[in-house]
Structure formats: C-alpha cells, structure tokens
Ligand binder design. Structure first.
Ligand code: UDP
Length: 237
C-alpha cells in the first residue's frame, strides 16, 4: 500500500490517502506539544514508540471485542487504518484526579476517584478544547442522538476496564486517558486515533513516577526512556 496525498496533519500524526478509498496511512510523528501547543518539542524515536505502543493496545482491545480502525502496522512509524469520519469529541476517562480535573474542581492530585469518570471535550483547538455536557454535544450536532453519547461512555468505560487491569498486571497505574472515535462507511463506531503515553497518564505502581507526556510538559526529562519503559512493560508477558 503506497502513501498518497496528505489528508491531514495533527499534533502527533499525519494521515495520507492510499489507492484504496476506504483506507488511510497514519504516520506517527516525533513531535511533542503541551498545553495546546504553547510548548513544542521533538523527541527522536517517539513516533516509532507510540506506533508500537498504540498497535499493541489496539490489538489488546480488539481481542476484547472493541472495534478499532487499525488494519495493520506497515513499518516502525506507519499503520494502515480504515477511513472514518472522526466524531469531534475527545472522550476522557479518569481513575485518579490530576491535570485539568484537579485544577477545575480543586481536587488534590492523586485522589482515587470513587468511580470511573467519563468526560467529553470539544475537539477544537481554536476554542481550547472546552469541556462539554451531553446537551452541548447534541446542541452542536456532534453526534446524532443521545444513544450515541451513551455508547461513547460505555466504550470509554469498557476500554478503561480492559486497560486498567492490563497495566495493573505490569505495575503501572492507568491514571487517565483520552480516546477518539470515528464512524466508518457502514455507520459503525470505531476506536480511532491512537492510545499512547501522549494520550494517557501512566504512573509507576510503587513510586508514582510519571511515565508519559507529563515528563515533557513538566520538564522532568527522560521522555524517551519513559516511553521505552511503557513499551517494555506492555511486551513483558
Ligand atoms: N489528553 C489528550 N489530548 C488533549 C487533552 C487531554 O490526550 O488534547 C489526555 C491527557 O494526556 C490525559 C487526559 O487526556 O491523559 C486528561 O487530560 P486533562 O484534561 O487532565 O488535561 P491536561 O492536564 O492534560 O491538559
């Protein structure tokens, strides 16, 4: 499968057309951004690590019945994926308070949440990805119906339960993560985009050491070492 014209370039990936109108090639970039791209960086090899990590996690989720856009990995930094229409809602799932949740609601960082929290954010950089409630989503026509929103919440929780237990076996706490979904030509909701330390927070089970994008954002260093450690643990058994 050959790369055609560039369809879209995001913060972490580029998407290319292919000779098959239903398939795209996704290229994982080395770029890192933080706080709506105010701070930019580049970590050689990060794209390849994210591509491997995301492939492993999508395969894990497929094994547990979650439908995804992944067709196959082509090489170190490229995946062949099904073309979908992305739903412009970032589905954030949280187990432990930190980040914008702590800031917005004054919750102490590290507080274990009494239940899995699912939030929606509007995928719109110009607006700074504002938080949305169900009625906002319906008002803006981001989904067709309330049942689509219920399905996004159900999928978010299901993905969380599969990944939380997978990472717990590998001595990592899954603190929170963001996922995106798309609609394929047959109307199915498919998990799309990526799942990686760019879009998840992972803390070491014993030391609470951060092994994700926050290392870059908080200037903790060793970003690539942390991503390599996540991949190593994913592949460990
Ligand atoms: N997240 C993401 N992309 C975004 C915003 C958030 O991947 O544009 C992820 C982030 O990595 C974290 C979770 O969603 O795992 C919750 O992020 P939060 O709302 O706390 O915002 P942040 O503190 O990252 O700005």
């Amino acid at each position: 499968m050959n790369k055609g014209a560039l369809l879209y370039e995001g913060k972490g990936k580029k998407l290319f057309f292919t000779e098959d109108e239903n398939l795209l090639i996704s290229e994982f970039k080395d770029d890192l951004t933080a706080f709506n791209a105010e701070k930019r960086g580049n970590e050689a090899g990060k794209g390849a690590l994210n591509c491997k990590i995301s492939t492993q996690l999508f395969k894990l989720l497929e094994k547990h019945g979650i439908k995804t856009h992944l067709v196959k990995t082509l090489d170190d930094t490229h995946q062949l994926v099904k073309k979908v229409k992305i739903i412009p809602i970032e589905v954030v799932v949280r187990n432990i308070a930190t980040g914008s949740l702590s800031k917005r609601l004054g919750m102490k960082e590290g507080t274990i949440l009494p239940f899995t929290l699912v939030e929606f954010y509007y995928k719109d950089d110009a607006l700074g990805d504002p938080i949305l409630n169900d009625e906002h989503c319906l008002m803006l026509g981001l989904v067709k119906s309330e049942s689509d929103l219920e399905e996004l919440k159900r999928l978010g929780r299901e993905i969380n339960s599969i990944m939380k237990s997978f990472f717990s076996d590998r001595k990592l706490k899954l603190v929170d993560f963001k996922v995106e979904f798309g609609i394929d030509t047959e109307g199915n909701i498919l998990l799309s985009d990526e799942i990686s330390p760019d879009s998840c927070r992972f803390w070491d089970m014993d030391t609470n050491e951060k092994l994700d994008k926050d290392r870059f954002r908080q200037g903790l260093g060793d970003v690539k070492v942390a991503y390599e450690e996540v991949l190593k643990r994913i592949l460990s058994h």
